[in-house]
Write a protein that binds this ligand. Structure first.
Ligand code: SAH
Length: 208
């Protein structure tokens, strides 16, 4: 997976490649799908949600530009796989999941692998996690209709927000860097097209 899907497509961050070699992805999917866990595609998890394709996990993780000392936020814990990768790359990870059953399973998976530098909370991640802000980087692993301003406000100056933005069927994967106190002062880079499940919440899509 790491050679054929990640290195071959230009993922260069050594820490990201090492983390993806280390974290056992098959433990984050149902047993019946374990054999497919390292394939080049997303897979269903519970509640009509998905664990992202390995390449997308690597691309988003690389865009976070982590060195190991950071406090980061993830919106959409899902299976907890991306959370585990972030736990390898940052000092502390805060992750929000709106579906309680998924949050519980993600917590169990992370505990079984001894990722104790992760806090998971059930709720609407479009509000961010204000008490723990500012963050060096924020990753949203569900598709958003817009760039959530509250999340930009919870970034450090120089901090990165990695988020898929677009309509419900396809999005552009964006990397936004906060340049100053003014939350509208952003550098925007496109990382390519993608298709994520909906970000559902006050500053995302309606749940209908
Ligand atoms: N990173 C996950 C991907 C999960 S899919 C993984 O590696 O498995 C996206 C997740 O975002 C789903 O679990 C969905 O329930 C969650 N989600 C959607 N809207 C949300 C919101 N407003 N706040 C928190 N989680 C949300």
């Amino acid at each position: 997976m790491v050679d054929a899907q990640l290195r071959a497509r230009g993922i260069e961050d050594r820490r990201v490649l090492t983390a993806m070699e280390k974290v056992p992805r098959h433990l984050f999917v149902d047993e019946v799908l374990a054999e497919q866990a390292y394939n080049d595609n997303p897979l269903p998890i519970d509640r009509q949600q998905t664990i992202s394709q390995p390449y997308i996990v690597a691309l988003m993780s690389e865009a976070m530009e982590l060195t190991g000392k950071e406090k980061v936020l993830e919106i959409g814990s899902g299976s907890g796989y991306q959370t585990a990768i972030l736990a390898e790359l940052a000092e502390r990870v805060f992750s929000i999941e709106r579906i309680a059953a998924l949050a519980t399973r993600a917590r169990k998976n992370l505990d079984s692998l001894c990722y104790y530098n992760v806090a998971i909370r059930v709720g609407d991640g479009t509000y961010g996690w204000r008490e723990e802000s500012p963050f060096a980087a924020i990753m949203v692993t569900a598709g958003s209709p817009q760039i959530p301003k509250l999340l930009i406000e919870q970034l450090e100056i120089g901090g990165r927000l990695v988020i898929p933005v677009g309509d419900r069927s396809s999005q552009a994967l964006l990397k936004l860097t906060r340049l100053s106190e003014n939350p509208n002062d952003l550098k925007q880079e496109g990382l390519g097209g993608c298709r994520f499940v909906d970000l559902i919440g006050e500053h995302g899509w309606d749940n209908s």
